[in-house]
Design a protein around this ligand. Structure first.
Ligand code: KIV
Length: 271
């Protein structure tokens, strides 16, 4: 059923090379065959099967109701459509409450075609990270605004504005890198902090609302196509608006803008 040719597959080494050569890379979420096919064929380097599916696909208020079976199902669908992007799948809420649980659930996602798993948190994830990496499972640590902790954080707010909290985040990112994380995702932090963490780490950093200096950028597909109802966050840009080549053109323009360093622009960033 796949109509586009497979491109040279992106691996964890490709992402590291992007960082070393200071080349920006583009990431998007995808949750099904068709979206995975479009985004990978239009040059997106990384597909995230994000637990944002709880909101944009299932219509919940948060990502908390998403289960490991949900992410496994969507990873399977994405895997059929993918044309060579690197696939990361989210370990959802309460699926990594112990090291053993993280290993068991990560194995489920890897068997469905994920090439890396993403966990939300800081230094407390170091032991799970070490265990996963020891078993050949690459890890992305999601820091800053961590939507699975929304009830604890008290809302979708910028994180790390306070200098002490910012320093803690830098230190914890280094701990996770040292534990073996191959990628860090930073959500909703001031651009100066996004820059500091990116410069401090040797592993690539992906940002969403983290400014223009991170090695890669990510957006939720439904946000960049203007499909999700409600007021978009500051860091969202609708690439479908004014687009003459439809969804394919929107994705291609997003990839081009990220790689050229034109997205995010100052209006998408937190000072
Ligand atoms: O679940 C998701 O889509 C994410 C993005 C917000 C990065 O984690």
């Amino acid at each position: 059923m796949n109509s586009e040719p497979q491109r040279k597959p992106v691996s964890v080494n490709t992402l590291k090379r992007f960082k070393d050569k200071q080349e920006k890379f583009a990431c998007l979420t995808a949750y099904d065959y068709s979206s995975a096919h479009v985004v990978s064929a239009r040059g997106v380097d990384v597909i995230l099967v994000g637990d944002s599916l709880g909101m944009v696909v299932q219509g919940h208020d948060s990502s908390l109701p998403v289960t490991i079976d949900d992410v496994a199902y969507h990873t399977r669908c994405v895997n059929r459509g993918n044309r060579g992007a690197f696939v990361i799948a989210d370990l959802p809420f309460m699926s990594y409450y112990s090291e053993l649980k993280s290993l068991e659930n990560a194995a489920v996602l890897m068997r469905e075609g994920a090439q890396m798993v993403k966990l939300e948190g800081g230094a407390w994830l170091a032991d799970s990270t070490r265990l996963l990496v020891r078993h050949g499972i690459p890890v992305c640590a999601h820091m800053g605004l961590t939507p699975q902790s929304i009830n604890h954080l008290g809302g979708y707010r910028v994180q790390g504005r306070d200098p002490q909290k910012a320093q803690e985040m830098i230190d914890e990112a280094v701990i996770l890198q040292d534990a073996g994380a191959d990628l860090i995702l930073l959500e909703c932090v001031p651009l100066a902090l996004g820059r500091k963490i990116t410069e401090r780490l040797v592993v690539p950093v992906i940002g969403i609302g983290a400014g223009p200096h991170t090695d890669g950028q990510i957006m939720v597909l439904h946000d960049m196509l203007g499909l999700f109802p409600g007021r978009p966050a500051k860091f969202v840009k609708n690439f479908l608006q004014g687009q003459s080549n439809g969804v394919q053109g929107a994705v291609a323009d997003y990839v081009e803008a990220v790689k050229a360093g034109a997205f995010p622009a100052p209006e998408h960033c937190y000072e």
